[in-house]
Design a protein around this ligand. Structure first.
Ligand code: SF4
Length: 321
């Protein structure tokens, strides 16, 4: 069956001026699409451009070049009325639930605010009922509605952030590192909640994360980003079974295996050094300064993005035919 594309990111670039005529190329020609109803994971180390990509998609930044199409419509090219209607469809969950919740507002006000902006419920009582319903949906209860964010644990605050994101009945949610600020014991609970909500509310997700461990539990397809580019993209199970790009292989080898015998025997790929600055990225393949497989060609020729196996795309000279 033909899958329905909800969102397309085409040749997206986002550069920031950093003084003295220099440009920080946070996102440098990124292309991917997201099918309706799927979870697309975007993974990479801090500073690789994944959050900037999400923020451009969310219209928090204007792109330097390229386009983001939602249902075929360019999200950066809408009139005020279209923007207002579009805002309901696309919501964001942030990494730090504490920073993203107004400390002076009660939970009821936090979740109710977007509803008021969009005049969803003319009657106060109706709005309150919906707030209670949302609290229950995310695993909280009515009593929590009149409390303030500081009265909650990190996991509960993220649940409030999720309830707020759901308040406008969106179709698409960008979850920007939604579990990285949480205790490991709570991370799985939040991921399971997001998975349940996806089924119940037929949501589509972009799930941004800095490591591959939790992403595999939620993503249908995954794009691996390095220094402003996607270097590998495929279905989640294929990425874990047969990672092709040396960077993906290194990220995967960093995930601990919960079996001490296997864990002791297996060889780790340790990434050399830090990610270079996106202000002066290496020539050729941007990963070459840390790649154990680097060849001469990698220094002067940027690898071509190719479909190496069915639905498995990679940019690396090791797979140039
Ligand atoms: Fe490594 Fe070369 Fe492949 Fe880049 S293109 S990942 S440097 S082998």
């Amino acid at each position: 069956m033909q899958k329905d594309i909800l969102l397309e990111v085409n040749n997206l670039k986002k550069y920031f001026e950093v003084g003295r005529g220099k440009l920080l190329k946070a996102v440098d020609d990124v292309t991917f699409h997201i099918y309706r109803g799927e979870t697309f994971g975007l993974v990479g180390e801090s500073g690789c451009g994944k959050s900037t990509t999400g923020r451009v998609m969310m219209r928090l930044y204007q792109p330097t070049d390229g386009e983001v199409l939602y249902n075929g419509k360019n999200v950066h090219n809408m009139n005020a009325q279209e923007k207002f209607a579009h805002n309901r469809k696309m919501q964001m969950i942030f990494q730090d639930p504490y920073a993203s919740l107004n400390p002076r507002s009660t939970v009821r006000e936090i979740i109710g605010e977007p509803m008021e902006v969009h005049a969803l419920y003319p009657r106060k009582q109706e709005q309150l009922m919906r707030i209670y319903e949302l609290l229950e949906i995310v695993g909280l209860n009515h009593d929590h509605a009149n409390r303030y964010p500081h009265e909650f644990s990190g996991g509960q605050r993220q649940r409030i952030g999720i309830a707020r994101a759901l308040s406008l009945k969106p179709e698409f949610i960008i979850a920007d590192e939604p579990i990285s600020a949480l205790d490991v014991s709570v991370q799985a609970q939040v991921v399971n909640l997001l998975k349940r909500l996806q089924k119940e509310q037929r949501l589509t997700y972009l799930f941004i994360a800095h490591d591959l461990s939790m992403v595999k539990h939620i993503s249908d397809r995954i794009g691996v980003m390095y220094l402003g580019n996607i270097v590998e993209l495929t279905e989640s199970h294929l990425l874990y079974k047969k990672p092709l790009h040396p960077y993906t292989q290194a990220l995967l080898s960093a995930i601990p295996i919960p079996d001490p015998e296997i864990e002791e025997k297996r060889e780790r790929i340790i990434l050399k050094g830090e990610m270079p600055s996106p202000i002066s990225p290496p020539s050729g393949c941007a990963f070459r300064t840390r790649c154990a497989e680097a060849m001469d060609i990698c220094a002067f020729q940027k690898p071509i993005w190719r479909e190496v196996e069915k639905n498995h795309f990679v940019a690396c000279h090791l797979y140039n035919g």
